[in-house]
Design a protein around this ligand. Structure first.
Ligand code: ATP
Ligand code: MG
Ligand code: ZN
Length: 509
């Protein structure tokens, strides 16, 4: 007898309905899974067999063929356990026929028949709804995450027996409703705040400029000068995530398995802080069962590369494309997937191998070793960092001062205003911020008067700036002008922007 149960699988963030077809027929007892399953799914039949037996049903000792259709789509993970078990039980007559067309089943079985949570529930629910599914049966562990999606009935289950009883009409299970509004409010992480950073007026200003124009930035400074402390607080001054942005961020983290029932919805901008030993795959995504990498987990937030020169050059090199495109495409056998990755890159480094070049403490590094140290950073990456600032240690009188420092909320309000100006200006051309201006657009939107042109020319001569600095300076000057709500770039804006080329200045001599 043939039975069909629906399930869903993801490629990147896109969902595909999978028909789990089970045929139980006479012949030598065996069980085969066909239809491009990966190893984890082939193991599924052992789990399903044990779960069915330990739930008190008979596993048919006949010839069982399980087909996952369409066969053209590669299927991964353990979420097909439940639909396979249900299809087998239906084919062997333990479950009454029901109208299965608009119902999707997801869940991993343990050997005793209990149902375990799986990864990627949120995007699966969103996609199921988009594909016209009305009801989704999910592991109880995942119910909070699943019920973020409205307009689809979410049925939480914790054992195979319970699902059978539900499908046979012996018990009712309530559709879980989720009060997202409350969560959205109470989940906001108020732990970190810029008011904790004493002094450092110039650096805070540079960081505000970066946040205002979505510019990538590099903090250069000696150990203990507060680079990490400030970087961590950058998400708190970026505009709040909108609901749609939150949803997109949560989807990615759901696939990565980072979502807990206590925290089913991400409302804070992500801050990702990968160690410098990170592999390429962990950074950009991929792997045998493909997972989003750090750059996608940082989507709409901050990717912080602490101690940039320590990173493997070839690892960092792979960031170039994603930084440009805001998405990453991962090619695999049978599939190509795309994950979004729009993030603000923040990097930090010491000024020299010992860390104290240019600070109050003595530096013993030779100029050659310093050159080599800086040379470790990939030029093309540096090309994509508009703002570079030197952080000196906070002065004792600042650290000890009772002066109230400005809160993140206050800074964020200004950042939001400046972002709005850019959104309005660029709404016709499909970019969001000054950092995205191409050379052609720079020509159009960053016009300089003759006085400014003169300043820039002098700066180039005097500081020996490279051609690559030119566009960066104009873009940053545009942001500073926007922060002052000035239509045109003025000399003061330009002069400040030139300040943010520390690396060019410091090491050009
Ligand atoms: N401006 C500041 N206001 C208050 N505390 C500060 C400030 N700067 C540094 N600190 C204190 O010093 C500690 C060290 O700072 P942090 O770890 O951010 O330095 P760092 O520049 O990242 O150093 P490293 O190069 O060693 O990583 C912070 O945790 C914080 O307690
Ligand atoms: Mg640090
Ligand atoms: Zn040194």
């Amino acid at each position: 007898m043939l039975s069909i149960i629906k399930s869903i699988t993801l490629h990147g963030l896109e969902g595909f309905i999978v028909d789990v077809q089970v045929d139980v027929a006479g012949g030598i007892p065996c069980c085969d899974i066909v239809g491009l399953p990966d190893i984890s799914i082939r193991e599924s039949k052992e789990r399903v067999r044990a779960a069915i037996k330990n739930s008190g049903y008979e596993f048919p000792s006949r010839r069982i063929v399980i087909n996952l259709a369409p066969a053209t789509i590669k299927k991964e993970g353990s979420a097909f356990d439940l639909p396979i078990a249900i299809a087998i039980l239906m084919a062997s007559g333990c479950i009454n026929e029901f109208s299965h067309e608009k119902v999707v089943f997801l869940g991993e079985l343990s050997l005793d028949g209990n149902i375990n949570g799986i990864q990627g529930i949120l995007p699966m629910c969103i996609e199921a709804k988009r594909l016209g599914i009305k009801k989704i049966v999910v592991p109880k562990d995942n119910v909070k995450e699943a019920s973020v999606v409205s307009g689809i009935e979410v049925i939480p289950v914790n054992s195979l027996n319970q699902v059978v009883a539900y499908l046979n009409g012996q018990i009712l299970i309530k559709n879980e409703q989720f009060n997202f509004e409350n969560l959205y409010k109470c989940n906001y992480d108020g732990n970190l705040d810029f008011s904790e950073v004493k002094g450092q007026k110039n650096i805070k200003r540079a960081i505000e400029v970066a946040a205002s124009g979505a510019h990538n930035c590099l903090l250069i400074g000696s150990p203990g000068s507060g680079k990490t402390m400030m970087a961590r607080r950058i998400p708190t001054i970026l505009p709040n995530l909108s609901f749609d942005e939150s949803l997109e961020v949560t989807k990615i983290h759901s696939i990565a398995g980072n979502i807990t029932s206590k925290n089913p919805f991400i409302v804070n901008r992500p801050f990702r802080y990968p160690h410098h030993t990170i592999s390429k795959t962990s950074l950009v995504g991929g792997g045998k069962i493909p997972k989003p990498g750090e750059i996608s987990l940082a989507h709409y937030g901050v990717l912080f590369l602490d101690e940039l020169p320590e990173f493997d050059k070839s690892t960092i090199e792979v960031l170039r494309g994603p930084l440009e495109d805001g998405k990453i495409t991962i090619s695999r056998v049978n599939a190509v997937l795309t994950y979004p990755c729009k993030f603000m890159l923040v990097a930090s480094m010491n000024p020299c191998p010992c860390g104290y070049y240019g600070s109050d403490k003595e530096c013993n590094c030779s100029s050659q070793s310093i050159k080599k140290y800086i040379g470790k950073i990939s030029g093309p990456l540096l090309d994509r960092i508009d703002i570079q600032v030197e952080v000196s240690s906070v002065k004792y009188e600042n650290l000890n001062s009772k002066n109230e420092e400005e809160s993140s909320a206050k800074i964020r309000k200004r950042v939001e205003e400046t972002r709005k100006i850019q959104l309005d200006r660029y709404k016709e051309i499909g970019i969001f911020s000054n950092s995205e201006l191409t050379p052609k657009l720079i020509e159009k939107y960053c016009k300089l008067d003759s006085k400014c042109k003169e300043i820039l020319e002098k700066a180039f001569d005097k500081l020996g700036l490279s051609a690559r600095a030119y566009g960066r300076i104009l873009k940053v000057a545009r942001t500073i002008a926007d922060m002052e709500k000035s239509e045109n770039i003025k000399a003061t804006h330009l002069l400040e922007a030139i300040q943010y080329r520390s690396l060019d200045k410091k090491y050009s001599k």
